[in-house]
Design a protein around this ligand. Structure first.
Ligand code: NAD
Ligand code: TYD
Length: 377
């Protein structure tokens, strides 16, 4: 495959995927396609923007005509689709935008790809439509513990030696979809469309469902960058409910490596779950962030604990997510490269050392980058 479109490439995960592909595959033509919503930031790609195998295209994935043109002009062989509205809290306030982008946008890409690929003599040979989804489509798991053991307990997963778990159940590839938020409902719907294009038209599709990502370049509306920035500026840390909800965290570069592996080696029409067997109760994770930021900034230990502010819970707040990624580990040999303690320290340091990036995002200045860099060129 030569000509690859990565949608949502100016976002958090997308920028890591674009960077990996541009650096690792000089022979590929990597097209980063992004509408540059509030979540898209071209400064995330500053280090690779002048590479000869990289191109940025500002486009809305809902624009079927424009995307069909792009497929033809660029002779696109592969699509890695990350563009989406991605924040649960926004989806509660504005579900229509989520349905439009996540469902209709995905459908527009599928249909344009279908028309273009079916017009070629080789048809779908050597082509791939890879859709990036989330574990949130599976719904929420219970917090259940083996008799007499206080959570979290250490268990042995079939694939990884030991991991912390807050319950006996996990999300598997065949777990029934049961989305609760408008965000996860829209992602679930888009997953169904992708699979339908395989089953109905024979399009070579792949879907992966990943757990919560963390790392550099995440928009500071999400828990980890928001809280690191608030601790730095000694602002309140709004903990939803009692902070008892459990999330399964994966370092973003490990997700990008999994995407690379699956894009090249994954089996058509398969689903792979991606996760690091790394569950954290929100309040415990917040305390780790406080400790790490305080220690790096030289604040007295624990001095930022007073910033913790319990606020009204998120509506329909899913209690626990936990991914079983045994299939990916066994079949394709992927495993996370970072221990969580290492990953969180690296992440905290990145946000503290890249205050200019954070200031540009919080001030809105990052949205001028496109005009400065691309308009009039
Ligand atoms: P993000 O919000 O940081 O980035 C989304 C990107 O998509 C932005 O650059 C935005 O400008 C672009 N975009 C939005 N609407 C668009 C449109 N109509 N046309 C073109 N571009 C558009 O999101 P993220 O956290 O990087 O997530 C990327 C993908 O991974 C999403 O599909 C998300 O559902 C999935 N995912 C995210 C996580 C996570 O923890 N962040 C976990 C699992 C799966
Ligand atoms: P988030 O980063 O929004 O990811 P998701 O909702 O996709 O899991 O939130 C992670 C967890 O942190 C989730 O349980 C909600 C909680 N949370 C807070 O307690 N306070 C906050 O300000 C935010 C943004 C999230």
């Amino acid at each position: 495959m030569k000509n690859i479109v990565i949608t949502g490439g100016a976002g958090f995960i997308g920028s890591h995927v674009v960077r990996l592909f541009v650096n690792k595959y000089p022979e590929y033509n990597v097209i980063c396609l992004d509408k540059l919503t509030y979540a898209g930031n071209l400064a995330n790609l500053k280090d690779i923007e002048n590479k000869p195998n990289y191109k940025f295209v500002k486009m809305d994935i809902c624009d079927f005509e424009a995307f069909y043109q792009l497929m033809q002009n660029e002779k696109v062989d592969g699509i890695i689709h990350l563009a989406a509205e991605s924040h649960v809290d926004r989806s509660i306030k504005d579900p229509f935008t989520f349905a439009q982008t996540n469902v209709m946008g995905t459908l527009a890409l599928l249909q344009a790809a279908k028309l273009y690929w079916e017009s070629l003599p080789e048809k779908y040979e050597g082509k791939r439509f890879y859709h990036i989804s989330t574990d949130e489509v599976y719904g929420a798991l219970e917090l259940t513990h083996p008799e007499g053991i206080e959570p979290p307990f250490t268990t042995t997963a079939s694939s990884s030696e030991h991991h912390l778990a807050y319950g006996k159940d996990f999300f598997y590839e065949d777990t029934k979809y049961n989305p609760h938020s408008p965000y996860s409902a829209a992602k679930a719907s888009s997953d169904h469309f992708v699979r339908a294009y395989h089953d109905t038209y024979g399009m070579p599709t792949i879907v992966t469902n990943c757990s919560n990502n963390y790392g550099p370049y995440q928009f500071p509306e999400k828990l980890i960058p928001l809280f690191i920035n608030n601790i730095r500026h000694r602002k309140p840390l709004p903990v939803y409910g009692k902070g008892e909800n459990v999330r399964d965290w994966l370092y973003v570069e490990d997700h990008a490596r999994a995407i690379d592996l699956i894009f090249h080696k994954g089996k058509t029409a398969e689903t792979y779950n991606i996760g690091g067997f790394n569950e954290w109760k929100n309040i415990d994770l917040i305390k780790v962030m406080i400790k790490t930021v305080d220690s790096i900034l030289g604040n007295p230990e624990g001095s930022s604990l007073e910033l913790i502010t319990y606020v009204t819970d998120r509506a329909g707040h899913d209690l626990r997510y936990a991914i079983d990624s045994t299939k990916l580990q066994k079949e394709l040999g992927w495993e996370p490269s970072l221990q969580f303690e290492e990953g969180i320290e690296k992440t905290v340091r990145w946000y503290l050392e890249n205050q200019e990036w954070m200031d540009n995002v919080t001030s809105g200045d990052y949205q001028k980058y496109y005009e400065t860099m691309y308009c009039g060129k």
